[in-house]
Design a protein around this ligand. Structure first.
Ligand SMILES: [Zn+2]
Length: 451
C-alpha cells in the first residue's frame, strides 16, 4: 500500500490546506440543459403557461471517482425536478456499455428545482400540457438522456490524480412544512417540526491542491420560487456563487431528505438568492477549515425493493375520478380504467424502490429514491455508527412518489397520502414502509462495513 504523507502546503482561495499525495483519480464534466425554446415548467400543477426566459442556465454535472483499488463510481447532479426509473435505467444501460461500471456504481440525482422543464415520465399526468407542449417535453427528454450519458462518460474519461476530503457545515433556512391542525395536516411552517440542517461537503482537489469539484447536499425542498423562468432555485444560486468564489471548480448539489421541509419564508427571487448565498457560505466555510482526508476504497451496493400500496381503488371510484376536473386525478383514473379494459390489473405494489449505499473511505453515503421525508435521514444517522459521517441523498435514481415515514403516513396530508394522486399511483403506501426501507439500507451499509 502507498504511504500517504503530507507533501506540501497549498494555498487554496487564501486558505492554507495540507496537500496530500493523490489516493484517488477524479474526473469532472458539465453540460448545459436549459431548454432552448418555451416549454412547460415542472413541479406545480397550477402553472398556466410555458417558461419565459432563464434566470441562469440549468446544468447536468458529473463527478467520476476512482478509488485506490482502481474501482470507480460516478455521481450525476442535475437542475431537474426528478426523473423516473425508465429514464435512469436507460442512462445506466448506456453508461455501463461505455465505461464498464455496474448499476451500483452510478448515482443519478435531481435537485428538485420547480423551475426546470417537465420531462417524461415524471409526474407527466399532473400537467395540462396544451398544444405541442407534450411533444416538446418528449423530444427534450430524449435529448436530455443523450446529454446526461455523454457528460457522465466524459467525466469518467477525464480522470486525473485527486485528493478527497470530507467535512460538514450548517445552514438554517430549512423549516418543516407540515402543520398538524384539528382539520388535519396542512402545508405551512412548523418551526417545531423535524429538520436536518447539516450540509455535507466533499472536496475534490488535484495533486497540487487546486479545487476541481465541491459536492454538497441539503435536506430542503428546492422550491423558493414559483415563477416562470428557468432557474436552479436556491441550489442553483449556491452553485453559481461557489463557482464564482472558486474559479475553475465545479459545484455540485444533491437534495437530501427534505420531502416535508421547505425554504421558508419563500416565493421571491431575493429570498432565493439569500438562501443560495447562505448555503454557499456554509460550504465555503467548510472548505476554508481543516477537512478530513478520505483514503479508503470505494465500495458500492444497490438494491431495488418492493413497496406495497395500502389498497386498490374500486372501478366505481375510478369511473367517478375519470370525470374529475383535476387533471392528475382524471388522468390516473383513465389510465387504470384502460388497464382494466385490457384485462390487466391495477398494480398493488411499486416493485423497484431503489436503495443505494456507497462507502467512500469512512463516509457512508446513502441514496434513496423518491421525495423522502426528513425522518429517514434522522433515523439513519441515529442507527448507523455515530463516529462516521452519514450522508443521505434523496431524489436519487428514481422519483416515483413521496416517501413518508410511518409517522407521516399515519398523520396523512400531502406527503403522507394525497400526493400519490399527482404521482399517478393507486393509493397511499401500506404501513411498514419505513422499516422496510431503513432495514434494507442498514443491511447494505452494515454488510459493507463488515467486508
Ligand atoms: Zn416535491
Amino acid at each position: 500500500m502507498r504511504a500517504t504523507c503530507i507533501l506540501a502546503w497549498a494555498l487554496v482561495s487564501g486558505t492554507v490546506l495540507t496537500a496530500a499525495e493523490p489516493t484517488f483519480r477524479a474526473g469532472v464534466a458539465r453540460v448545459v440543459i436549459t431548454p432552448s425554446e418555451p416549454m412547460w415548467l415542472a413541479g406545480y400543477a397550477a402553472r398556466n403557461r410555458p417558461a419565459e426566459g432563464a434566470e441562469h442556465d440549468l446544468y447536468a454535472k458529473a463527478l467520476a471517482l476512482e478509488g485506490p483499488d482502481g474501482r470507480g463510481v460516478i455521481l450525476l447532479t442535475s437542475d431537474l425536478l426528478g426523473f423516473d426509473r425508465e429514464f435512469s435505467h436507460e442512462v445506466v444501460r448506456q453508461v455501463e456499455q461505455a465505461t464498464g461500471l455496474s448499476r451500483d456504481r452510478l448515482m443519478l440525482t435531481a435537485s428538485h428545482t420547480h423551475c426546470g422543464p417537465v420531462i417524461a415520465d415524471n409526474l407527466f399526468g399532473m400537467y395540462p400540457l396544451p398544444g405541442d407542449m407534450q411533444r416538446k417535453a418528449l423530444a427534450y427528454t430524449e435529448k436530455l438522456k443523450d446529454k446526461i450519458v455523454e457528460v457522465i462518460v466524459r467525466a469518467w474519461r477525464e480522470r486525473q490524480p485527486a485528493v478527497l476530503h470530507h467535512g460538514q457545515g450548517t445552514a438554517r433556512f430549512a423549516v418543516n412544512r407540515r402543520l398538524v391542525t384539528p382539520q388535519g395536516v396542512i402545508g405551512g411552517a412548523n418551526p417545531d417540526g423535524p429538520v436536518d440542517h447539516s450540509v455535507p461537503v466533499l472536496r475534490v482537489a488535484d495533486r497540487n491542491g487546486k479545487l476541481l469539484a465541491v459536492v454538497f447536499g441539503y435536506a430542503c425542498h428546492n422550491t423558493t420560487l414559483q415563477y416562470y423562468k428557468w432557474c436552479g432555485d436556491y441550489a442553483g444560486f449556491a452553485q453559481v456563487e461557489l463557482e464564482q468564489r472558486h474559479p475553475g471548480a465545479t459545484a455540485m448539489f444533491w437534495a437530501g431528505c427534505g420531502g416535508d421541509v421547505n425554504p421558508l419564508p419563500r416565493s421571491t427571487v431575493e429570498l432565493c438568492r439569500k438562501y443560495g448565498k447562505e448555503l454557499a457560505v456554509a460550504v465555503h466555510e467548510v472548505l476554508s477549515s481543516p477537512m478530513t482526508e478520505i483514503r479508503g476504497p470505494i465500495v458500492a451496493r444497490y438494491e431495488e425493493i418492493s413497496l406495497p400500496f395500502a389498497f386498490t381503488p374500486s372501478e366505481e371510484q375510478l369511473r367517478v375520478d375519470a370525470k374529475d376536473s383535476y387533471p392528475a386525478r382524471r388522468h390516473r383514473a383513465q389510465r387504470y380504467l384502460r388497464l382494466l379494459a385490457e384485462g390487466k390489473s391495477i398494480p398493488t405494489e411499486y416493485p423497484h424502490f431503489p436503495v443505494q449505499v456507497w462507502h467512500l473511505g469512512e463516509v457512508c453515503w446513502i441514496a434513496l429514491g423518491g421525495e423522502v421525508v426528513v425522518d429517514y435521514a434522522l433515523r439513519l444517522k441515529r442507527e448507523l455508527a455515530k463516529d462516521r459521517p452519514i450522508w443521505v441523498t434523496a431524489y436519487a435514481n428514481d422519483v416515483m412518489a413521496y416517501i413518508p415515514s410511518e409517522r407521516v403516513l399515519a398523520e396523512g396530508g400531502y406527503e403522507g397520502e394525497t400526493s400519490m394522486t399527482e404521482y399517478g399511483l393507486p393509493s397511499k403506501w401500506k404501513t411498514g414502509i419505513e422499516d422496510k426501507i431503513i432495514g434494507t439500507t442498514l443491511r447494505l451499509a452494515q454488510g459493507m462495513a463488515a467486508r
